[in-house]
Design a protein around this ligand. Structure first.
Ligand SMILES: Cc1cc2nc3c(=O)[nH]c(=O)nc-3n(C[C@H](O)[C@H](O)[C@H](O)COP(=O)(O)OP(=O)(O)OC[C@H]3O[C@@H](n4cnc5c(N)ncnc54)[C@H](O)[C@@H]3O)c2cc1C
Length: 430
C-alpha cells in the first residue's frame, strides 16, 4: 500500500487525506501546532457548493453564519458600488477554528493518522525526487508521496532542489500583509451597508474592510507591501469616526498575517511531491480567498493519485493533478491576476478617478471582468482622455486579458517538458 505524508494540516491536505484514506491509502498528517491552537481566530467566507466537489460532507447549517454582501468604496469615499446581493445564500461564513477541527475529525474518521506538535524541517530528497520529510527532531519519514499543505511559508517547498523546477519562495510582491480583529461594540448598532470594503482606505496602497456584525465589528486592514503599526492605528482611528459604536476591546484575532495574492505557482508537482493550498498559491488573487480552492484541489489531487494505481507517483503521474487543477480552477484566476496587477500600479488618487469615472466598476473589482466588446472599451476609454497617463496601464490590462485564451490552450494535458516550458513562459507573463 502506498504511503502518503501530508505536511501540515492545511485545508487542501486534509481534503486529499480524506479522499485517499477512504480509498485505503496509508495517510499520515504531520502538523507542528497543538490541535487546539489550529485555525485562525475569526470567521471567513466559503462557497457551499465547493463541498460537493470534494469527499468532505458539508457542515451542518448551524455551523455557518450569514455572509453580508460587499459594498466597495473609493479612497475618497465619494463612490460606492454594491455587489449584486446573492439570493442563493450559498456564500456563508464559518468559524475557522471550528472548520479546521471539522476537517481533522473527518480525516481521522476516514482512517488518516494525525500527528500534532511535530515540526517538519524540510523535504528529504534524492536527486530531484522527494522521498519523504525531515523533521525538526532530526528524524526522517519516508513516503511514496509528500503532499505539501504547510501553507505559504512551507519549509518543504522552500527546501526543494532547483532541479524540481518549483519556485521555492514567493516574492514580497505576491504578499498581502493583513491585520484582522473583531472589536466589541459599545451599543448594538448597525450601519447600512454592513460590509464596506475600502480600496486604498486612508490613501494607503491596500484594501481594508469593516463589517458590522451582531455583537462586534470585523476589521481587516491590509497592504500590498509593508504594513506598519502606524497604518493600522490610522485606519482604526478612521473607522472609529465612521463607526462610533466600535470599542477598543479586541474580542478575537488582533494579529498580523500574510496572504499570498497571486495566481497559482506555474508548477507545483515533481517526483514524489505535490503542493496544495497556500503552499502553491491556490488563492483568488484579488481577495486572497483560498479555502474552497484548496479543498477542491485536495480532491483533484487525491483522485489523480488513485488514478495512478500501482505506478510510481512521479512528475508524469502527478501532472494529471496539475492539469486538472488549472483546467477546472486555476485558469480562471488569470483575469483577476491581471486586474490585481493593474490596480497595484495605480496610485490611490488614480484609483479614485477610475472609480469615479466608471472605468473600474463592480465587475472589475469582483474579478468578473473580461470579454470586453469594442463598445465597452470605448466607453471605458472616454474618461481617460482627461488623464492620458492612465491609458497605458489600462491598455496593458486589456491586452493581457486578450491573451488568456491562448495561454489556456497551451497547457499540455499529457506530461511533456517542452510543452510545459512553453506554457509556463506565457503563463508567467500574465
Ligand atoms: C486575514 C485572513 C482572511 C482570510 N479570509 C479568507 C476568506 O474569507 N475566505 C477564504 O477562502 N480564505 C481566506 N483566507 C485565506 C485562507 O486562510 C487560506 O487560503 C487557506 O487557509 C488555505 O491555506 P492552507 O490550508 O493551504 O494553509 P494554512 O492555513 O496556512 O495551513 C498550513 C498548516 O501547516 C502547518 N505547518 C506550517 N509549517 C509547518 C511545519 N514546518 N511542520 C508542520 N506543520 C506545519 C501550519 O501550522 C498550518 O496548520 C484568509 C486569510 C487571512 C490571513
Amino acid at each position: 500500500m502506498k504511503k502518503i505524508i501530508v505536511a501540515g494540516a492545511g485545508h487542501g491536505g486534509l481534503s486529499a487525506a480524506i479522499t485517499l484514506s477512504k480509498a485505503g491509502y496509508s495517510v499520515t498528517v504531520i502538523e507542528k501546532q497543538k490541535r487546539q491552537e489550529l485555525g485562525h481566530d475569526w470567521c471567513d467566507s466559503v462557497y457551499l457548493p465547493a463541498f460537493d466537489m470534494t469527499d468532505i460532507d458539508t457542515p451542518e447549517d448551524s455551523a455557518f453564519t450569514k455572509f453580508q454582501p460587499v459594498c466597495y468604496i473609493s479612497p475618497s469615499k465619494a463612490v460606492r458600488f454594491a455587489a449584486p446581493p446573492r439570493t442563493d445564500n450559498k456564500v456563508r461564513n464559518i468559524d475557522r477554528k471550528y472548520f479546521i477541527n471539522y476537517l481533522i475529525t473527518a480525516a481521522e474518521e476516514a482512517g488518516a493518522e494525525i500527528i500534532f506538535e511535530t515540526e517538519i524541517a524540510g523535504a528529504f530528497t534524492q536527486g530531484n525526487s522527494v522521498k519523504g520529510v525531515r523533521l525538526k527532531n532530526r528524524e526522517t519519514v519516508i513516503a511514496d508521496l509528500v503532499i505539501d499543505a504547510a501553507g505559504m511559508d512551507s519549509p518543504v517547498r522552500r527546501s526543494l532542489p532547483k532541479g524540481c523546477k518549483i519556485q521555492n519562495d514567493f516574492t514580497e510582491d505576491d504578499l498581502f500583509n493583513v491585520y484582522r480583529a473583531f472589536f466589541a461594540k459599545t451599543e448594538e448598532k448597525f450601519t447600512d451597508p454592513p460590509y464596506v470594503l475600502g480600496l486604498c482606505h486612508c490613501w494607503r496602497k491596500g484594501m481594508d474592510w469593516a463589517i458590522t456584525e451582531e455583537g462586534y465589528v470585523d476589521i481587516l486592514i491590509g497592504n500590498f507591501g509593508v504594513l506598519t503599526q502606524q497604518d493600522i492605528d490610522e485606519a482604526l482611528a478612521d473607522y472609529r469616526k465612521d463607526y462610533p459604536y466600535m470599542s477598543d476591546e479586541v474580542l478575537r484575532g488582533g494579529c498580523v498575517s500574510k496572504i499570498p495574492v497571486r495566481k497559482a505557482l506555474p508548477r507545483f508537482v515533481c517526483n514524489g511531491y505535490a503542493a496544495v493550498g497556500d503552499s502553491a498559491a491556490m488563492v483568488e488573487p484579488l481577495s486572497g480567498s483560498g479555502i474552497c480552492l484548496s479543498i477542491k484541489a485536495g480532491k483533484i489531487l487525491g483522485d489523480a493519485v488513485i488514478a495512478a494505481g500501482d505506478a510510481a507517483l512521479d512528475t508524469k503521474a502527478l501532472w494529471k493533478y496539475e492539469y486538472e487543477y488549472f483546467k477546472k480552477l486555476g485558469n480562471s484566476q488569470m483575469n483577476p491576476e491581471i486586474i490585481k496587477n493593474m490596480l497595484k500600479t495605480l496610485t490611490a488618487q488614480d484609483l479614485d478617478y477610475f472609480m469615479q469615472s466608471g472605468v473600474i466598476g463592480v465587475k472589475e473589482l469582483s474579478g468578473k471582468a473580461g470579454g470586453y466588446s469594442f463598445a465597452d472599451i470605448m466607453k471605458k476609454a472616454k474618461p481617460l482622455l482627461k488623464k492620458p497617463g492612465l491609458i497605458p496601464p489600462l491598455l496593458k490590462m486589456l491586452t493581457k486579458m486578450s491573451s488568456v485564451k491562448k495561454i489556456k490552450a497551451l497547457l499540455p494535458e499529457e506530461y511533456n517538458e517542452e510543452k510545459i516550458f512553453r506554457w509556463m513562459t506565457e503563463y508567467n507573463k500574465v
